[in-house]
Design a protein around this ligand. Sequence first.
Ligand code: NAD
Length: 280
Amino acid sequence: MKKTDEFRGKTVVITGGGGILCQSFARTLAERGARVAILDLNGEAARAVAQEILAAGGEALGVEANVLDADSLKRAHEAISIAFGPCDILINGAGGNHPKGTTSQEYLLKEHLKEEAVTTFFDLDPVGIQFVFDLNFLGTFLPTREFALDMVEKEQGVVLNVSSMSSLRPLTRIPAYSGAKSAVSNFTQWLAVYFAKVGIRVNALAPGFFLTDQNRSLLTSEDGGLTARGNTIIAHTPMQRFGTAADLDGALLWLCGSDSAFVTGVVIPIDGGFSAYSGV
Ligand code: NAD
């Protein structure tokens, strides 16, 4: 399993670690010697990822935890402290969208107001909007409040948030997700300043389009081809493809490691050029 010893002795806590992108982060860091604690609401998924890392000779612990429940995070923290000691690196990966915060069309046409099957802006449900803001923003705030205290004690540490390319310019149809990820990016800068004098660096990844369970049905059709939205995305991505989890590894390792010792408060788009391209 081991590639280098770069993260030997470091305890890394990864929320959402049972999901597609964050389980890849867990493997990548474990391969470099880190002890990885994989937190997920889906305890089975977290334990399965940990099991796989252990079987490959790495050090990992799967923990069921809810990033929106302070008590659940406290319990997870206690279990991790016993197994691995204090947290050195926190990756806030849990996040996502909700159908009740998503319009079905990119633009409003007057006739949509009479069409049952169309979800317009006027049909959006505050419950969906709240869910998305809570999961992405509070779900970053609460784990940071729980785990960054270990780093203050050592006067050293790294927090890596997972924002989104849609925080830079909102994508159509997902106002809540785009707004919530903008809040994550903004909070990344706020925390970077606030923690600067206690040796904690805070940065964020802003992934573009990566095929995962969250968006597979939006971007691909059952025959394996692309949906209209999938085609539009590829047409607006200068590199002409979706990202893969491994595309995040370079920025992940750099921001978690000592080569970025003077870097804090940055949000790095990893999107094949999508956010740089105006479409013309
Ligand atoms: P995913 O759905 O595969 O993983 C998310 C994980 O978070 C899941 O395992 C889920 O169980 C867990 N989770 C959900 N609610 C939780 C809670 N309350 N407490 C603890 N865990 C919880 O998604 P992914 O695509 O791997 O996304 C990972 C991160 O990357 C998310 O923050 C997402 O918004 C962001 N992101 C993804 C993309 C993409 O294209 N996939 C693009 C930009 C940003």
